[in-house]
Design a protein around this ligand. Structure first.
Ligand SMILES: NC(=O)c1ccc[n+]([C@@H]2O[C@H](COP(=O)([O-])OP(=O)(O)OC[C@H]3O[C@@H](n4cnc5c(N)ncnc54)[C@H](OP(=O)(O)O)[C@@H]3O)[C@@H](O)[C@H]2O)c1
Length: 320
């Protein structure tokens, strides 16, 4: 298939492009930052600049490249400063998930694109009641923390718009496997603590596995919603010490919930103590996907341990 990957120069994009090409797809990838074309061209794909918030440019790009499929992987989380307000940190990404998705879907419709796959998110979104591991049929959190309301609404919008259009939304777990992963710095510096009892559950996914599931989703009729997460959703108190160990960092600190609320806000407390993880049973069953790293226990060590250090696909590449 002729595939247009929007956000091909990013963490998942640079893993996805080679896997698509290995499966015989012809890939055009988009980038936003001047200088990131080389990341895509070095992978053997065509590269075009594109701002997803420029509706005219999106329309032209889609009509010019005439793709049979579009994969939306655009986010704007590089170098963001995490504050008490997740919505402030995610503001640009939220626009890419709402306006950007709508613009891309409209262009896809006009150009008669048959397949549409988009990046969504699984962790910390499901209703904080009942079991700790949720399927795609379970309700989303009806009352997300105040500081993350817009972010949750943007993800809902994307899920709905994409599936309404007959596409596939992939609710990925937290990405890991890149030397630039956002959690590495704070965990190394012991700035990411276990809050309260640390019972909040996270779901993780190695970037290579996320890319592999995306290739499979492209061959699947929509509409569809899939959790793309590993086999072991786990409480923070379990995965965080393993991540610290894999990084050669000291064990994480423990912080009482009241103190975390004071310093980082209610959202951080909810994430650390109440959040739910996600089940990958549907993706395994319907997409025929099997993660190469079934659990973060081996994945963190493979990614960050002494034997696992490897440059990211984007690193060390020519910039133009
Ligand atoms: N599920 C998760 O845990 C999750 C999800 C997303 C991101 N992250 C992590 O966050 C970190 C940095 O994230 P990031 O958001 O910068 O993601 P990224 O994966 O590095 O890149 C996102 C992609 O979107 C493109 N992009 C940005 N703004 C755009 C716009 N206005 N129009 C069109 N395309 C645009 C970027 O282009 P340029 O490269 O040219 O700027 C890039 O190709 C990475 O470590 C990543 O793993 C995690």
């Amino acid at each position: 298939m002729r595939v247009l990957v929007v956000g091909a120069s990013g963490a998942i994009g640079t893993r996805l492009v080679p896997q698509l090409m290995e499966h015989g797809h012809e890939v055009t990838g988009t980038y936003r930052s001047p200088g990131h074309a080389g990341r895509i061209r070095a992978l053997g794909a065509e590269a075009i600049p594109l701002d997803l918030l420029d509706a005219g440019a999106v329309r032209r790009a889609v009509l010019d490249t005439r793709p049979e499929a579009i994969i939306h992987q655009a986010t704007a989380l590089a170098n963001i400063r995490f504050s008490r307000s997740l919505d402030r940190s995610f503001a640009a990404t939220n626009r890419l998930r709402t306006e950007g998705t709508d613009t891309l879907l409209a262009a896809a419709r006009e150009a008669g694109v048959r397949r549409f796959v988009a990046q969504s998110f699984a962790s910390y979104r499901y209703a904080r009641e009942g079991g700790m591991v949720k399927t795609e049929d379970d309700p989303l959190d009806p009352a997300p923390p105040a500081a993350a309301r817009e972010t949750n609404a943007a993800m809902r919008h994307l899920d709905q718009a994409v599936t309404d259009a007959g596409g596939v939304a992939l609710r990925y777990g937290g990405f890991y496997g890149d030397p630039d992963d956002g959690l590495i710095g704070p965990v190394r510096k012991r700035q990411f603590p276990i809050v309260g009892d640390g019972a909040g559950v996270s779901s993780w996914i190695h970037l290579d596995d996320a890319a592999a599931a995306t290739v499979l989703a492209l061959g699947h009729d929509g509409p569809g919603l899939y959790n793309i997460v590993d086999d072991e959703p786990a409480p923070v108190r379990e995965w965080l010490p393993v991540l610290a160990d894999a990084l050669g960092a000291p064990p994480p600190r423990h912080v009482p919930a009241w103190l975390a609320r004071l310093i980082a806000g209610q959202g951080a407390v909810i994430m650390g103590t109440q959040s739910r993880g996600a089940s990958n049973a549907k993706a395994r069953r319907e997409l025929g996907w099997t993660p190469r790293y079934p659990t973060w226990r081996q994945g963190f060590t493979a990614a960050y341990g002494p034997a696992g250090q490897r440059p990211s696909p984007a690193a060390g590449r020519p910039v133009l």
